[in-house]
Design a protein around this ligand. Structure first.
Ligand SMILES: Cc1cc2nc3c(=O)[nH]c(=O)nc-3n(C[C@H](O)[C@H](O)[C@H](O)COP(=O)(O)O)c2cc1C
Length: 358
């Protein structure tokens, strides 16, 4: 493995030139020229973003989760602002699989963008039927399985929250997906032990993991003194959830270092994305920030390249999981400067203290 020489502070002129860092990444056999993707549900099928930057230059567009049939979603209001984040209860509004294939996927293909198709269902049978239909669609780079959906056959229990139901869905999708197409299972942070769910879905055939989906939250309007969302609860996203997301990626990478992770949750800048990469993500998705900065995916990709160059990395892949490696020893007086020539092959203590006090 290459040695990454860690320097402290930006190199002179680092922001003036495009950094010479190989940003190629791999997600379960899928090679991407850039590690920055969009996040499902935050930019539909990428059409609107294409006015702000060239969507063929980012890793891929992750499309809004599609269900078998058209859905109108949950009643309004469906968005509420929160400190450093937002709460949404869109409820998987969408045109249904056939219209999605005809309009959105066909457009993405004609545009030359890579498409990671996110799918959702209310039953294992619905996921199976969607996957079977997608099997014959060649324009797909990967499938992301959104398992944060209520199971209509099990009292509305969310698939992602139980290892058995999460793996049942993933196994069904994997079975019905062409062998060369990676299946990424998208995990929810609303569980006691995300590593347990990660193990279960990987054993069920997931080729990679996307994490994290939104956290369940709630806002009460103090004027009306009622819940701010018509759906009462909603999914919390944005910078407020980033430390939770980074923790999830770190824990899962420590437990399953060979399983590629697409990390997301509150990424606004290249340095935010770098945190995910150092925690163990091979790629990242940029979501909520695109609502106020539609060029964010392209900007985050540029900033990430600069941040990697400033830290002495020649390639993105050298940095994946770097935070798990043993820290540099303190320099002995008169000894070598800490941080230079740090060997990325050094063994690390990956045990993560739960960190709960009081
Ligand atoms: C308005 C909105 C809609 C979303 N829709 C979906 C969806 O359809 N499928 C899905 O898997 N995740 C969906 N998400 C979750 C995001 O893909 C992402 O996992 C989460 O928001 C964390 O990333 P962020 O903080 O960068 O937005 C949605 C998030 C938002 C804010």
């Amino acid at each position: 493995m290459t040695r990454a020489v860690i320097t402290h502070g930006p190199r002179p002129g680092a922001h003036d030139v495009a950094p010479d860092v190989d940003m190629t990444t791999h997600l379960a056999g899928l090679e991407l020229p850039s590690p920055v993707l969009t996040a499902s549900g935050c930019s539909a099928a990428g059409r609107e973003l294409d006015q702000f930057f060239d969507i063929t230059e980012i890793g891929a567009i992750v499309t809004k989760s599609i269900m078998l049939n058209p859905r109108s979603g949950r009643p309004t209001p469906r968005m509420a602002e929160t400190p450093s984040g937002m709460l949404n209860s869109i409820g998987l509004q969408g045109p249904g699989l056939d219209a999605f294939l005809e309009k959105d996927l066909a457009w993405l293909h004609a545009r030359g963008a890579r498409a990671v198709v996110s799918i959702a269902g209310g039953s294992v049978d619905e996921y199976t039927r969607i996957a079977s239909k997608l099997r014959h669609v060649p324009e797909i780079s990967a499938i992301e399985v959104n398992i944060s959906c209520p199971n209509v056959e099990d009292r509305g229990q969310v698939f992602a929250c139980q290892a058995a139901s999460a793996s049942e869905v993933v196994a069904a999708v994997r079975r019905n997906t062409a062998p060369g197409i990676p299946v990424l299972a998208k995990l929810s942070p609303d569980v006691t032990d995300i590593v347990e769910i990660a193990h279960a879905v990987v054993n069920a055939g997931a080729d990679g993991l996307s994490m994290i989906n939104t956290l369940l939250g709630m806002v009460i309007d103090t004027d009306t003194m009622r819940p701010a969302l018509a759906g009462i609860t909603g999914g919390l996203s944005g910078p407020a959830i980033r430390p939770v997301a980074v923790r999830c990626v770190y824990q899962v990478h420590a437990a399953l270092p060979d399983v590629p992770i697409l990390g997301m949750g509150g990424i606004r800048t290249g340095l935010d994305a770098l945190e995910f990469v150092l925690a163990g993500a091979s790629a990242v998705s940029v979501g909520t920030v695109t609502f106020h900065d539609p060029s964010a995916p392209a900007r985050v990709a540029r900033e990430l390249a600069v941040a990697l160059a400033e830290r002495g990395f020649d390639s993105l892949e050298e940095a994946v999981g770097y935070a798990h490696r043993a820290a540099d020893p303190k320099p002995a007086p008169g000894g070598p400067v800490a941080g230079h020539g740090h060997d990325v092959d050094e063994p690390a203590d990956d045990t993560l203290d739960a960190g709960v006090e009081g």
